[in-house]
Design a binder for this molecule. Structure first.
Ligand SMILES: Nc1ncnc2c1ncn2[C@@H]1O[C@H](COP(=O)(O)OP(=O)(O)O)[C@@H](O)[C@H]1O
Ligand SMILES: [Mg+2]
Length: 163
C-alpha cells in the first residue's frame, strides 16, 4: 500500500539484514534535527533498524539497545546520532520534561518506545511501526513520513520490500 505522495508505505522484511537496510536507506537521506519514532513490540527490530541508520551515518561506536541509559549519543559520525529508548521511563520522569529534542537538534534523534512521551514530539517526524508477521523472521514495517520530504527514498524502499 502506498499513496500518491508516497509518504506512507507498508513493507515486509524476512531477515534482520533487510530491516537494517531499510534503516540504512532512510539514514542516507536524513538531516540534522530529524526525529524518528520506532514503535513495536520487543524483538521486532527497532534496534536493528537503528543500526542501519548508524551505518549510513558512519557511526564509529556500537549502536545497541540503550535501555539502561535512556539516551546514547554517537558523535563520531557524519551527523550525530542520538538513540533513545524510553521503555524504562516512568510517567514521573516524563513529567519532569525530557530535553531530548532540544539536546539533539544538531543530529538525528531516534526513539525506541516513544509512546510514554508521545506528547513531547512534534507533528513533523518519521514514524515507523514494526510488527511480527506470520513467520518468525518476518516483520511488517510501516513507515510514515510526516515531513513529506522523503518520498523518493520511501518509494525506493517500497519497491524493494513491498509485501
Ligand atoms: N526481519 C527481521 N527484522 C529485524 N530483526 C529480525 C528479523 N528477523 C529476525 N530478527 C531478529 O530479531 C531481533 C530483533 O531485535 P532488536 O532489533 O533488538 O529488536 P527491538 O529493538 O525491537 O527489541 C534480532 O535478534 C534479529 O536478529
Ligand atoms: Mg531495542
Amino acid at each position: 500500500m502506498s499513496n500518491k505522495l508516497n509518504n506512507h508505505i507498508i513493507c515486509k522484511t524476512t531477515t534482520a539484514e533487510q530491516t537494517s537496510k531499510i534503516g540504512e536507506m532512510i539514514g542516507g537521506e536524513l538531516e540534522p534535527g530529524d526525529i524518528i519514532l520506532l514503535k513495536g513490540e520487543m524483538g521486532t527490530g527497532k534496534t536493528t533498524l537503528t543500526q542501519g541508520i548508524g551505518k549510513a551515518l558512519k557511526v564509529q561506536s556500537t549502536v545497541n539497545s540503550p535501555t539502561f541509559i535512556i539516551l546514547a549519543k554517537h558523535s563520531k559520525s557524519i551527523i550525530p546520532l542520538y538513540h533513545a529508548d524510553l521503555f524504562r521511563l516512568t510517567e514521573y520522569e516524563n513529567s519532569i520534561e525530557l530535553d531530548l529534542i532540544e539536546d539533539s537538534k544538531d543530529g538525528i534523534l531516534v526513539i525506541e518506545w516513544p509512546e510514554i512521551a508521545e506528547d513531547i514530539f512534534p507533528e513533523r517526524k518519521i514514524e515507523i511501526q514494526l510488527s511480527h508477521a506470520s513467520n518468525s523472521n518476518e516483520r511488517t514495517i510501516e513507515i510514515q513520513d510526516k515531513y513529506d520530504k522523503y518520498s523518493i527514498v520511501l518509494n525506493k524502499i517500497y519497491n524493494k520490500f513491498k509485501q
